[in-house]
Design a protein around this ligand. Structure first.
Ligand SMILES: NC(=O)c1ccc[n+]([C@@H]2O[C@H](COP(=O)([O-])OP(=O)(O)OC[C@H]3O[C@@H](n4cnc5c(N)ncnc54)[C@H](OP(=O)(O)O)[C@@H]3O)[C@@H](O)[C@H]2O)c1
Length: 263
C-alpha cells in the first residue's frame, strides 16, 4: 500500500488531502507543530480508512526539525510514495521595514523546507523509478502582493524546474495553485476577507481532488476551478503595470491593520 507524507496535514488544505488519501487507503505521515492536533487528525484519518498514521511534530522554521523529516523521507525500509509540501501561512507584513523576521520565517517554511524536503523525496523516488510530489503554491504567485506572492512564484517556478530534472524518471511533480479557500489561513494571518465575493471562494475538497487528478496525469501546474484558471490566464497575459494595479487593489481591500504578524 502507498504512503503519503503531508506537511501541515492537520488543518485546511493539508487535512483535506489527509481525508482524501485516508479514504483511498494510503498510509499517512503527518507533519505539523501542534502534537495535540496531530493526534486528533491521526485518529480521524485512521477512522476513515488510513491503515496507519505516523505523526512528526516538527517546526519547519527549525532546520534541525526539517532534517528529521528528511530522515523519514530517505528511509528506504519504509518508502514515501507521495510528498505533499503544504505547510504555510499568510504573510501580511510590509516589505519597507528593517525587521525582516516574519519574511525570514516565511522563507524558511515555504521556500527552504519545500526545497530540502522536495530534494530528499525526489532523490529517493527517482532511485525507485516512481513517486509523486505536490507542492502547494498559490494563485497569489501570479500577482505581486509582497513576499507571499514572491514566495509562491518561487514555489511554482521551483516545481517546474524539479519537473524538468525529473522528466522521464517516473516521478510526477505538480504545483497546486489554488485561489481563495476557507481555512484557518486568513484568520491566523489577520487578513480581512469580507471584500472577497462568495463566488471567488473555492471548495477545499474539490481543490484537493483536482490536485490528485493533475498529479496522476503528470500535469506540472494545477489551477483548480474554471473561474480561477480563466482569471489567471488573463492575468498572465496582462501588461505588468496592470498586474501591479490589480495587486494594489486586492492588497488595500484586505488590510486589517498595519504590521500584522503571521503564523
Ligand atoms: N487558504 C487559502 O486561501 C490558500 C490559497 C492558496 C494557497 N494556500 C496555501 O495552502 C497551504 C496550506 O494553507 P491552509 O489554508 O490549509 O492553512 P491552515 O489551515 O492555516 O493550515 C496550515 C497548516 O500548516 C501547518 N504549519 C504552519 N506553520 C508550520 C511550521 N512552521 N511548521 C510545520 N507546520 C506548520 C499548521 O500546523 P501547526 O500550526 O500545528 O504547525 C497547519 O497544519 C499554505 O502553503 C498556503 O500558503 C492557501
Amino acid at each position: 500500500m502507498a504512503t503519503a507524507l503531508i506537511t501541515g496535514g492537520t488543518s485546511g488544505i493539508g487535512a483535506a488531502f489527509g481525508r482524501s488519501l485516508a479514504r483511498r487507503g494510503f498510509d499517512l505521515i503527518l507533519v505539523a507543530r501542534d502534537q495535540a492536533k496531530l493526534d486528533l487528525s491521526a485518529a480521524e484519518f485512521r477512522a476513515i480508512g488510513a491503515p496507519s498514521v505516523e505523526t512528526i511534530s516538527a517546526d519547519l522554521n527549525d532546520r534541525a526539525d526539517v532534517a528529521t523529516v528528511v530522515d523519514r523521507l530517505s528511509n528506504t525500509a519504509a518508502p514515501v510514495d507521495l510528498l505533499i509540501n503544504n505547510a504555510g501561512f499568510g504573510v501580511h507584513f510590509p516589505l519597507v521595514t528593517l525587521d525582516t523576521s516574519v519574511h525570514d520565517r516565511a522563507l524558511e517554511v515555504m521556500v527552504r523546507a519545500v526545497l530540502v524536503l522536495g530534494g530528499a523525496a525526489a532523490l529517493a523516488m527517482r532511485s525507485r523509478g516512481s513517486g509523486a510530489i505536490i507542492n502547494v503554491s498559490s494563485t497569489a504567485g501570479f500577482v505581486t502582493m509582497g513576499s507571499y506572492s514572491a514566495i509562491k512564484a518561487w514555489v511554482t517556478s521551483y516545481t517546474e524546474g524539479l519537473a524538468v530534472e525529473l522528466h522521464g524518471s517516473g516521478v510526477a511533480v505538480t504545483a497546486l495553485c489554488p485561489g481563495w479557500i476557507r481555512t484557518e489561513f486568513h484568520e491566523r494571518a489577520n487578513i480581512r476577507t469580507s471584500s472577497i465575493p462568495d463566488a471567488l471562494w473555492i471548495d477545499v475538497d474539490r481543490t484537493v481532488e483536482a490536485a490528485l487528478r493533475a498529479s496522476a496525469k503528470g500535469h506540472v501546474i494545477s489551477i483548480p476551478s474554471k473561474r480561477f484558471s480563466t482569471l489567471i490566464w488573463i492575468v498572465r497575459h496582462l501588461p505588468r503595470p496592470a498586474v501591479r494595479a490589480i495587486s494594489r487593489k486586492i492588497q488595500s481591500d484586505r488590510s486589517v491593520a498595519e504590521h500584522v504578524d503571521a503564523a
